[in-house]
Write a protein that binds this ligand. Sequence first.
Ligand code: ADP
Ligand code: ZN
Length: 728
Amino acid sequence: MYAEILIEYPTKKIDKYFTYLIPLHLRGVLKRGMKVKVYFGSKEVNGFVISIKNDYHEEYELKEIIEIVDQELILNEELMNLGLYIKEKTLCPLIMAYQTMLPPSLKIKDNNTNYNFYKNYLVLNKSKEEISSYLNNYKKENNQTKLLNDLLLNDKVLKSDYQAYSIKALLQKDLIKEIKEQEYRINKSLDQTLIKNTLNEEQEFSYNSIINTKEHAVFLLEGVTGSGKTEVYLNVIDNVIKNGQTAIMLVPEITLTMQIVNRFYDWFGSKVAIFHSALSNGEKYDEYLKILRGDAKIVVGTRSAIFTPLKNIGVIIIDEEHSDTYKQENTPRYNAKDIAIERGKYHHCPVILGSATPTLETRARAIKGVYKYLHLTKRAGEGTLPNVTIVNMTDELKKKNFIFSEILLQKIQENLNKELQTIILLNRRGYSTIISCSKCGFTYKCPNCDITLTYHKSSNNLRCHYCGYTIKNASICPNCGEDALNYLGLGTEKVENELKKIMPKARIIRMDQDTTSTKGSHEKLIQKFKNHEADILIGTQMISKGLDFPLVTLVGVINADTSLNIPDFRSNEKTFALLYQASGRAGRANFKGNVIIQTYNPDNYVLNCVKENDFTKFYNYEMNNRRMLKYPPYYYLVSLKVVSADYNLALENATKVVQFLKENISKESIILGPTTANLFKFNNLYRFQAVVKYRFDDKLMPALKALDEIYVNDNKVNLEIDINPERI
Ligand code: ADP
Ligand code: ZN
């Protein structure tokens, strides 16, 4: 018997099947979708079994399959086909689609690490009667009798809870024995005391619309922060589970949304498996096993959790559907929303996209009726929407207020006096984002990337936020030798420093990539803030999501212009979402919230939509922009990046790519470029870009495929095709 194997070959895109002989002991065991180890040339590589056949007609001798990598690990029919879908839609090699679908920890299992986790228990080795009579002969209580008595009450006890010498003594007397049981590292029980809210009218309507849909349909559940979307998800999933089905919920970043995950644990306990990159390999392994064995019915996780091999899925939920984390930025460049819908079709189940600020594409589809539009218009629990004030920083500069406006400081102080909490948002980490010399004009830049270095005060170094390049901070200009370096541009670290100077008594927590790099640090900071062990939380956009703190009544946005000025067609949308969500943090409980937005563009339309808390107004404005500028949802986009270490080669080939497109795609489609890409130089590679805008173009996909083929085996020039890019 023979098997066709798709090889995991790391350096080249080999998307061909190779035939191997199935050794006797694997016949009947080996199945399609299994991961196996084979020789490819002289190398041992992994591969997937694509098919099994009885005949083989070529002349030359075949190699045998070495072994099965993991019997439990198998891509089922649905996932095998999903791989083909991803290949077709994103133009990736099939093998990369399959690799993406499997959790990385199981790949590490290649080197024979055993991730199974056991605990040692003690059980009785005699009947209870025998033990009782044995105990009756004992006059005095001691550690041994205590252990035996415990075992009369419990079937098993944890070995580590008892002293070694008593255990040894009882083992020698043959009264007890030791057993090993596999445990899941993460083991949460449900909250028996949980009181479930009665759904309000809007929630009830949404809930019913979803559960009464027997066929596949996509729902947009749009509702401001605190309107009770999560409550709807929980109820829908409850219903799904009661019908014997399973559910997937995606969240943008799990460490940021632990509060939601905990609500899932409270409702569903150990039926929940979580899935994200911050788990240890052992934890990942366990969570995956729970799913494979059917112990877990609900998967909560980040992007790649969309591939978990749940059977009989009853609902797929994408929370914060506007989040850009759902799009994978490297090959395969898939969007988890598309995968969700594809799986939803397969399982005939609803897909729910939830957000306070859905993407324009999603909202436009909901308005057109392609998706079903559900709306939660008011906050579910207590709390009203906050007051938003826009502060003109140009006026503040005249008063020598460089970082904090008068009103913001005043409100922070008021909050301190009232023992309420404040969140301060600045979407830049580090201390200073530009270091330049006032004598010669020198500016520190990354030698590998086209970007300025950021000064980090606590570690006293300068870092590239793209590639990680780091150098020690210098006291004099490396160019002219003068003591004239200026530290410009504001980051979270400096905001923290300055605020400490102004309010020495305030307890401040800073949360950004720098303070949350170690495992669990994020949760610790959040917990600390939640326990009111701090008054002020300063952070980057990571603090604007998913957090629910009843005592926060003030949100200050230090520089709203940072994100408005990013040269991307989504920068308005992203800014609106960021500020609208951030302001959603203020005043969720009984207190009226205040949001203060500092900006140099007080008349900016987007900021004023935030001030009026009016998503619809923003939507109409931005749709108009998109229509005029021919961007999604009016046009689809494809981005093509030509990347090379050689500047001239990159430019030359970018020009060729554009020429090829001009000759081969519809004349109705628009081709922009080649231009330098946004991040023109990254890790010593030069990047040129072309963009295609199109509505209907039958010739486009074949042209892209042809281009992809041309560059697959080019060692000097890379072509990165991104279909429906998140940013260009
Ligand atoms: P969202 O996911 O839209 O931000 P949540 O589901 O987290 O909203 O709800 C916000 C708060 O309101 C939570 O504390 C939740 O317990 C509460 N809540 C939600 N629905 C109801 C309801 N029907 N009755 C009372 N409280 C509710
Ligand atoms: Zn760099």
